[in-house]
Design a protein around this ligand. Structure first.
Ligand SMILES: C[S@@+](CC[C@H](N)C(=O)[O-])C[C@H]1O[C@@H](n2cnc3c(N)ncnc32)[C@H](O)[C@@H]1O
Length: 220
C-alpha cells in the first residue's frame, strides 16, 4: 500500500516556508508550533465549513501558524495577527510573502487594539501563549523572553487574554489555545465553562519535559 501512503502525503498541507526566521529576534517554530499546525490540519474540514470571515492569531511570532491557516482557508478569510515584539511583525510580513498569503500583523498587547472594533467578529482565534512557569517578574521582560515566560502557573499572560475572548469571538467563533499540564487545563476549562464555552482537547503530545495540549473552545 505504498501508493496509498504517498497519496495521503500528497494530501497533507505543506509546512509554511520559514527559513528566513533566524534573521529575526523572534520565537522560532518549535514543537508547540508544530502541534498547533497538526491540530489545525486535523480541524481543516470543520474550519472550512465555518466559512470564517476574520481570523486573528495573538502572539504570532514568526507568522507560520497564520500562514498555515491561510493556506487551509484561502483568500476569502481576512488574516490578522498581533505580537508585542516588533521583530515578529517584520518577520510575519516576510513569512506572508514567502508563502503567497496575506497576513496583517499589528503590534499590540494581546488583542487590545482590535477591541472594540472586532467585538463578536472573530471566527477563528488562535493563541500559542508564553506558557512556561517562571518567576512572576519575567513576564514583564521584553524581547525573546516574552515568548515563553508565563509567570505563576505559566498563566499570567493567558489569564489576561481569557477575559478578551468572549468579546472577540463571533457566535460561531472558535478558539485554539496551546497549553501544558502545569497551566492547569482543568481550571482553564472551568474558567471558560463559566464564561459560556465548551472545551475539547484536539491534540496532545509529549515533547521532552512538556506535555503539550491543544484546547478548542466554542460557545455552548
Ligand atoms: C510561544 S510564542 C508563539 C509564537 C508563534 N505563534 C508560534 O506558535 O510559533 C508566544 C508569542 O507571544 C508573544 N507575546 C507574548 N506576550 C504577548 C502579549 N502580551 N501580547 C502579544 N503578544 C505576546 C511573544 O512575543 C511570542 O511571539
Amino acid at each position: 500500500f505504498a501508493w496509498l501512503r504517498h497519496f495521503k502525503k500528497s494530501m497533507e498541507i505543506p509546512t509554511p516556508i520559514y527559513n528566513h526566521v533566524s534573521n529575526y529576534d523572534v520565537y522560532e517554530p518549535a514543537e508547540d508550533t508544530f502541534l498547533l499546525l497538526d491540530a489545525l490540519e486535523k480541524e481543516q474540514d470543520y474550519l472550512k465549513a465555518l466559512r470564517p470571515t476574520i481570523a486573528l492569531e495573538v502572539g504570532c511570532g514568526s507568522g507560520v501558524v497564520s500562514a498555515f491557516l491561510a493556506t487551509i482557508l484561502g483568500d476569502s478569510t481576512a488574516y490578522f495577527c498581533t505580537d508585542r515584539n516588533q521583530s515578529a511583525a517584520s518577520c510575519c510580513v516576510e513569512t506572508s510573502a514567502a508563502n503567497h498569503v496575506t497576513i496583517n500583523p499589528v503590534l499590540t498587547d494581546l488583542s487590545t487594539s482590535f477591541l472594540p472594533r472586532f467585538e463578536h467578529s472573530v471566527d477563528v482565534l488562535i493563541f500559542n501563549p508564553p506558557y512556561v512557569v517562571t518567576p512572576p517578574h519575567e513576564v514583564e521582560v521584553n524581547g525573546i523572553t516574552a515568548s515563553w515566560a508565563g509567570g505563576v502557573d505559566g498563566r499570567q499572560v493567558m489569564n489576561r487574554f481569557f477575559k478578551q475572548v468572549p468579546n472577540l469571538l463571533s457566535n460561531r467563533g472558535v478558539l485554539y489555545l496551546v497549553v501544558i499540564r502545569e497551566n492547569k487545563p482543568d481550571e482553564i476549562r472551568e474558567i471558560f465553562n463559566e464564561m459560556g464555552f465548551l472545551c475539547e482537547v484536539v491534540m496532545t503530545r509529549r515533547s521532552g519535559p512538556e506535555f503539550l495540549m491543544i484546547l478548542k473552545f466554542v460557545r455552548k
